[in-house]
Design a protein around this ligand. Structure first.
Ligand code: FES
Length: 147
């Protein structure tokens, strides 16, 4: 049994401690906004916030984060869209959209640690992959969200 707080809700997972957080979220909690892309920690589609840091949930066994606070795209903002989501919309960042939840989670974490990131900081800090090539609009949106 692993106890976590997910999107402000206490949850006890009756899963093997080796279960990747990605699958606990998607299969046991039905939080399907967190996407599976590669399963190897490379693409970032599965990015969630764990204790204030953006992490690739496919690489995090739930047993390794007992007691942690996890935020997914569903819990990023309660009443209205998060400023990063608003900026993504305003900059038309999304193309196919599959990578966007992970991108938003990574961007929100980046902005918590650097409120006014340079383009170089954004490009170095957001290592999520996008097959549509949204990167120029992604940089624009993150800088827009920072304003
Ligand atoms: Fe986790 Fe790609 S699915 S990094």
């Amino acid at each position: 049994m692993t106890s976590l707080t997910v999107n402000n809700q206490p949850i006890r997972y009756r899963l093997s401690p080796d279960t990747p957080l990605l699958w606990a979220l998607r299969d046991a909690s039905n939080l399907t906004g967190t996407k599976y892309g590669c399963g190897t920690g490379d693409c970032g589609a599965c990015t969630v916030d764990i204790d204030g840091r953006a992490r690739r949930s496919c690489q995090v066994p739930i047993g390794a984060i007992e007691g942690s606070v996890v935020t997914t795209i569903e819990g990023l903002s309660r009443d209205r869209s998060h400023p990063v989501q608003q900026a993504f919309l305003a900059a038309n960042v999304s193309q196919c959209g599959y990578c966007i939840p992970g991108m938003v989670m990574a961007a929100a974490a980046l902005l918590r640690h650097d409120a006014d990131p340079s383009e170089a900081t954004i490009r170095a800090g957001i290592t999520n992959l996008c097959r549509c090539g949204i990167y120029p609009r992604l940089v624009e949106a993150i800088q827009r969200a920072a304003r």
